[in-house]
Design a protein around this ligand. Structure first.
Ligand SMILES: [Zn+2]
Length: 240
C-alpha cells in the first residue's frame, strides 16, 4: 500500500463515531483533502496533539479504500497564535473560509503560500501589535478572493468606467458604481474606504511592514469587515 506524504495546514476536525475523526487539511501537494484518522483513543490522542489548528504538519496517508491518515508530525505549532484568543479566532476564520471556498484535491500553490504567509505574519507580529490580527483577517479575505478570481471591481464605475463620483458599491454587480448607475440597495463607499480596499487587494504582505499602511486599513476595519461578510455571501450565492 502506497503512502503519500506532504506538508499540510489543519483546517478542521470532526469526530465521527466514537473513536474516529475526520481531519480536513490544506496540503502543499494535493490541495484540500479530508482524511480519516482511525484507531484507538490512544493513537488518536497522540495524533491530536500534533493536529491542533493552525499547526503546520507533515502528514502521511493512504488512499486504499477510504483516504486515511497514517501519521502526522508537527513542523511548527504557532505557539503565539495558540496562546491568544484573538489571534486564534482569526486562524479559525481563515481555515473556515478556505474550507468553504475550495474543492478537494485541487492543488493551489498560491493558496498554500497565502495561508503560510498569513499564519507566519500573525505569529511573528501579534505580540508587539495585537491589532495585527484584525488586519491579517481582512488581508487574507482580499487576497483569497483575488486568487479565486472573485475580487470586486474597484478601478472605476463597473457600468461606465467613470473614475470620478463613484460613491457606491453594488454587491449585485460586484463593483463600485457612479451615482448615475447606483441603485437604492447599493452601499455608500468613501474614498478612504476605497483606498483601504485597493491596498488590501493590490499589495504584497511586505508592503505592510510599514505600520502606516496597516493603520489605514484598521481605520476602516468596521466597514471592511462588513463589506467582506456581505461580499463573500454574494459571491457564494453566485457559485452555487
Ligand atoms: Zn457609471
Amino acid at each position: 500500500m502506497e503512502d503519500y506524504s506532504t506538508l499540510a495546514f489543519v483546517l478542521k476536525q470532526e469526530p465521527i463515531k466514537e473513536q474516529d475523526r475526520n481531519y480536513t487539511f490544506f496540503t502543499q501537494k494535493f490541495g484540500k483533502i479530508t482524511l480519516l484518522a482511525r484507531g484507538t483513543r490512544k493513537i488518536n490522542a497522540k495524533l491530536a496533539g500534533h493536529l491542533e489548528l493552525p499547526s503546520l504538519v507533515q502528514i502521511q496517508f493512504t488512499i486504499s479504500q477510504r483516504p486515511r491518515l497514517t501519521s502526522a508530525l508537527e513542523k511548527f505549532s504557532f505557539p503565539v497564535i495558540k496562546k491568544n484568543t484573538k489571534a486564534l479566532t482569526v486562524a479559525f476564520l481563515i481555515a473556515d473560509l478556505v474550507d468553504r471556498f475550495t474543492l478537494e484535491k485541487q492543488v493551489d500553490a498560491e493558496i498554500w503560500k497565502l495561508l503560510s504567509d498569513a499564519f507566519y505574519f500573525l505569529e511573528e507580529n501579534f505580540n508587539k501589535y495585537p491589532e495585527i490580527a484584525d488586519f491579517v483577517w481582512l488581508y487574507f479575505n482580499a487576497q483569497f478572493l483575488e486568487i479565486l478570481g472573485l475580487a470586486p471591481f474597484l478601478e472605476g464605475c463597473i457600468e461606465c468606467g467613470k473614475t470620478i463620483d463613484n460613491k457606491f458599491f453594488s454587491f449585485e454587480k460586484k463593483g463600485i458604481v457612479c451615482s448615475k448607475h447606483s441603485q437604492k440597495k447599493d452601499r455608500p463607499i468613501t474614498s478612504s474606504q476605497k483606498r483601504a480596499l485597493n491596498l488590501l487587494f493590490n499589495s504584497s504582505l511586505q508592503r505592510f511592514s510599514q505600520p502606516s499602511y496597516i493603520q489605514e486599513i484598521l481605520k476602516e476595519k468596521k466597514y471592511i469587515r462588513k463589506f467582506f461578510n456581505e461580499f463573500t455571501l454574494a459571491v457564494k450565492a453566485d457559485i452555487i
